[in-house]
Design a protein around this ligand. Structure first.
Ligand SMILES: NC(=O)C1=CN([C@@H]2O[C@H](COP(=O)(O)OP(=O)(O)OC[C@H]3O[C@@H](n4cnc5c(N)ncnc54)[C@H](OP(=O)(O)O)[C@@H]3O)[C@@H](O)[C@H]2O)C=CC1
Ligand SMILES: CC(C)(CO)C(=O)C(=O)O
Length: 297
């Protein structure tokens, strides 16, 4: 299969590297990473140890492939959609965190847009080298839920490349559950500068659980079956499985980078307003992170 990875940073380089063992993969990446991959290949370390040689370009326009995988940060999705619209793809799959990415892509693209979640951990440690910090799985399917032939085809391509992949007919519920996990863990760990395991006890646990319960309430107002108990236990399961992880938002604030707060807690607040669901903890967390962004990001 011909696959384009649009935004080959940490996650995109890992997933693209795994796929390149079986498929023809092109990275759309920034320099110096793109040049290093083009000239010397990509080393995948951490939980893996191999080198592959995908194509790599910084030229985002007029690309063609069976599938484009979008792995830019949520606030870069609109640019990705605009650039991908200059090319031709049978399908586009978002593996990003946060909500609304698929809708933004659908605004620009005519092909089927698939939703996905990734529980792999990845860090681009230097140009040409990505470390897998946690082997997880990919779930992908139709963004509106239900069966999808396109999702099955792309899922098979992932599986052939040795990626643990589930074809899911309930992506809206999965996206909301992942959103609840991120809404609970990410801002709490970022604002307190603690590892994920800290949200398993004390005040941090209560704040994360409340943010997750608020998210579940908004999800239900949006027509998705998600219980408070399921979301709180999802937060606990992920925090337990990633005890020593530095969450992506914590990494962003440490590095002085813009965060994905708008697509995570900001989305919960905005959707809550639409349905008349109160989300005071998400509003507070979102407001604090945005205040930090305005003054430091
Ligand atoms: N890393 C992980 O372990 C996981 C990440 N995710 C999610 O995946 C998404 C990506 O995360 P992550 O990989 O960590 O982020 P990164 O910032 O490492 O990767 C995105 C990359 O895309 C590049 N990029 C953005 N726009 C363009 C463009 N127009 N052309 C070329 N390159 C571009 C960025 O460059 P620049 O920074 O210069 O803009 C960056 O190198 C996020 O939504 C994240 O929440 C989900 C699960 C796990
Ligand atoms: C699951 C979690 C919280 C793992 O750190 C994550 O997705 C993130 O850091 O963005």
């Amino acid at each position: 299969m011909e696959i384009v990875v649009f935004g080959a940073g940490s996650l995109g380089s890992l997933i693209g590297g795994l796929l390149a063992r079986e498929h023809r993969v092109t990275f759309v990446a920034r320099d110096p990473h793109a040049t290093e991959v083009r000239e010397s290949g990509l080393r995948v370390g951490g939980a893996f140890d191999f080198r592959v040689h995908p194509s790599a370009t910084g030229d985002e326009r007029e690309l063609r492939a069976n599938c484009a995988i979008v792995t830019v940060k949520a606030f870069q999705t609109e640019t990705a959609g605009r650039q991908l619209a200059t090319g031709e793809f049978d399908a586009v799959l978002s593996l990003q965190n946060g909500m609304g990415n698929e809708d933004v892509l659908a605004d620009y693209l005519d092909c089927p847009i698939l939703a996905g979640t990734a529980s792999y951990g990845a860090v681009l440690t230097e140009p040409g080298t990505v470390e897998c910090t946690g082997v997880g799985e990919i779930a992908l399917g139709a963004r509106e839920g239900g069966d999808s032939e396109t999702a099955r085809t792309i899922g098979e391509a992932f599986t052939t490349a040795g990626i643990e992949t589930e074809i899911a007919d309930d992506m809206p519920r999965r996206l909301w559950e992942k959103l609840a996990v991120n809404a609970g863990i990410n801002p709490v760990t970022a604002l307190s500068r603690v590892e994920n395991g800290t949200v398993l006890s004390g005040d941090a646990s209560e704040i994360a659980a409340t943010a997750a319960r608020e998210t579940a309430r908004v999800a239900r107002a949006d027509g998705v079956e998600l219980t408070d108990e399921d979301t709180v236990s999802a937060v606990e399961t992920v925090a337990s499985a990633t005890v020593s992880n530095v969450s992506s938002m914590h990494q962003d604030v440490e590095a002085g980078r813009k965060t994905e707060i708008e697509a995570i807690n900001g989305y919960v607040v905005a959707r809550g307003e639409r349905y008349g669901v109160e989300t005071p903890v998400n509003r507070t967390l979102s407001g604090l992170v945005k205040t930090w962004e305005r003054t430091n990001g």
